[in-house]
Design a protein around this ligand. Sequence first.
Ligand code: NAD
Length: 269
Amino acid sequence: MVTETRQGRLAGKTAVITGAAGGIGLETTVLFAKEGASVLMADISEPALERALAKVKELVPNHPRLETIKCDVSKESDVQAAIESQDKHGGIDIIFNNAGIMHAKDDDAINTPEDIWDLTHKINVKGVWYGSKHAVLSMRRNKKTKGSVINVASFVALMGAATPQLAYTASKGAVLAMTRELAIVHARENIRFNSLCPGPLNTPLLQDWLGDDLHKRHRREVHFPMGRFGEAIEQAQAVLFLASDESSFVNATEFVVDGGLSKAYVTSE
Ligand code: NAD
């Protein structure tokens, strides 16, 4: 019998990706699978998960194990069940806490409805907490000697947004602060925690929010040093590095992938 040894930068690792059915999460799933990781794709939308799974299988015909699970990251029991489901495979090595929302009614201090504030924080902050908590428990239970947790913040956690989205900005600031502390607390267990800070992207989260509001769009676009939105795959490449052993001494960083935006003075009208 011929036994195949898988190659790749994540060969032999098991990863959970939340929000895996779209945008950054889907591109990261494809890349992880190409690099030899088994992936549990977790998302709130079952139909979107089905479509995403078919796409990954098409793009990576020689894929390692791929599973999907319906999971609302704002519910701890869902996150726990997703992560514990991987115990039968020896537990997880990587979690990419990526699921997040920016609600259409998110606005400034005066106009953001309280229920929108609470919903945003339940998904964007508590979802990351639950994912981090159950990843640590899983890695301990399965005696992992190296683990990588990547939590998605945003460049707006480092600077203010050009148009108000206060609940979102505050939630991403919380992700940065939480991840920094988790990184230090768990460093001696060799579980690394890093935040990813994407710039504005060509994904439904932002493009649907901007819609055909040209003023809102222009208020963003004047800030882009590279003159364009980022692509989800450009985030996925950074996540791959943070997930892999290549980043074994990278811990507690705010890993910024924004085309230089957060370092820029407005460059043009
Ligand atoms: P997206 O909207 O394209 O995809 C998000 C995915 O998360 C979707 O598949 C959606 O079904 C899923 N999801 C939503 N709520 C969920 C929940 N409660 N539980 C589980 N899954 C849920 O978004 P994206 O642009 O790929 O963004 C991914 C992450 O990157 C988010 O945390 C977002 O805040 C962050 N981010 C995005 C941008 C940007 O410009 N798009 C910039 C900075 C940071």
